[in-house]
Design a protein around this ligand. Sequence first.
Ligand SMILES: CC(=O)SCCNC(=O)CCNC(=O)[C@H](O)C(C)(C)COP(=O)(O)OP(=O)(O)OC[C@H]1O[C@@H](n2cnc3c(N)ncnc32)[C@H](O)[C@@H]1OP(=O)(O)O
Ligand SMILES: CC(C)C(=O)C(=O)O
Ligand SMILES: [Mg+2]
Length: 510
Amino acid sequence: MRKIKIFDTTLRDGEQSPGVNLNYTEKLEIARQLERLGVDVIEAGFPAASPGDAASVKEIASIVKGCSVTGLARSTQNDMDIAWDSLRVSDEPRLHVFIATSPIHRQYKLRMTKEEVVENAVQSVKYAASKFPVVQWSAEDASRTELDYLAFIVEKVIQAGAKIINIPDTVGNTTPIEYAGIFKYLKENVPSIDKVQLSTHCHDDLGMATANSLAAVLAGATQVEGTFNGIGERAGNTALEEVILALYTRKDHYNAGTDIVLNEIKRTSDLISRLTGMVVPGNKAVIGNNAYVHESGIHQDGVLKEKTTYEIINPELVGFNVNNMFLGKHSGRHAFKTRLEELGLEVTEEEMKKLFITFKELADKKKEMTDDDLVALVLEEKLSKNESFFDLKSIQIQYGTNQVPTATVTLSGRDNEMIQEAGTGAGSIEAIYNTLEKSIGEEVKLLDYRIQSVGAGRDALAQVFVKIKYKETESSGRGLAQDVLEASAKAYLNAVNRVIYLKDRESVSI
Ligand SMILES: CC(=O)SCCNC(=O)CCNC(=O)[C@H](O)C(C)(C)COP(=O)(O)OP(=O)(O)OC[C@H]1O[C@@H](n2cnc3c(N)ncnc32)[C@H](O)[C@@H]1OP(=O)(O)O
Ligand SMILES: CC(C)C(=O)C(=O)O
Ligand SMILES: [Mg+2]
């Protein structure tokens, strides 16, 4: 069976999703989970895009050891130097350098001739190969490029030192037959093609990213690039969980497989959804909450008699319902700690003490604490701990039909001073946010607000995701609580605190 490498670009192309802005700690948390999942390559960011991106790529490259870490660069010496600075700490520094090859991109975006693009690509790969032991080269918009020209430039960059050749369908325009044809053409017309690995990178503009990626695998690609939950620029990238499960479920057809730890898939998807705020639809293949739910009588009857009548994937295989033991208010420290370890959640002794107190408080109100609750709780503690400037001490809301909703909040401020304010709004959330804005003393613009329950049941925890603009900076924040109003207040403060944290760090590094 051929081994197919999984190249995860959730932290680079995935982060290009409109509205997604992961901070440093969140990126590290995702990278650790991708390592646990067993991906072959993590594209950790685009170091030249910002000092923050460069720093997080560097941190990921130094921490992650179980797989390769790469970063993207344009074909410019400056981009590649910045990427080198971030990636050289890695065990095997690997650069991903790209330039567009299609007529549209050459003419309108790059304003370069065919020859100039070839020259630029060759020089950049040579320069990259003088520093990096592994260079991946991508022909952006390859699927709209003249085939003979694509074959010509691919041969040139292989001669210049590229070891992996990526053929992106940048705008999601291709079809499975056409895309497989491109790989077949390159195999037949590029003399040095056997010296390199071929990679696929698809976008989902016409809903065909998974189908196109799999077609490329059948035509000889040995690396598939994509993101978890299919997030990414515009309609997103290939959803890796779909490709991984297609290869696994239809080994007979593809005769190829991956080294992915399948039962980490659901947890990876949940983490990414939680941190990006991009909710996974119930009917999403492989990881949607309805993907293994049978609603109609005939289906239920079939499944009761024999699961495989309507289920081609065992949900436990990808990490659904693995644990049926719930923790509750009578659980002790040992059970709590053991469960966190089983869930792969690493916590320090100090974090453990705080978490156990919060766990008991919540378990008092909630009958059962599920794995989802525990993961949400730990992330909340880990991801917000450096960012607690404004801290919610208490909140009270008055709401009634035909009454103006009123909120009273008490916060501790940056210097631990107590701030108490009251305010009104058209609804309870607006009353809270108006009051918090008054307490903070500066304009905070709310750009987005989303609410989700963690797990099911009437007593499920509420998770709120907000996007705000504060001090001219866009930021997102999450809040977790038993009550939706408290979770809303926490999410808002978390987003504000993240801006303060960012500004403090900027002023220290200046
Ligand atoms: C298909 C993809 O996903 S590509 C990756 C997309 N990711 C990103 O863009 C990451 C975020 N981007 C950024 O932070 C910024 O765009 C930066 C830092 C990369 C560049 O910023 P700026 O220098 O201000 O340039 P800006 O983004 O306005 O324009 C891009 C420039 O790069 C050029 N360019 C685009 N691709 C390449 C390439 N592969 N190699 C060399 N130059 C390129 C464009 O032609 C344009 O050049 P011009 O200024 O001479 O017209
Ligand atoms: C930079 C390349 C690999 C890309 O993301 C694309 O072409 O979609
Ligand atoms: Mg892309």
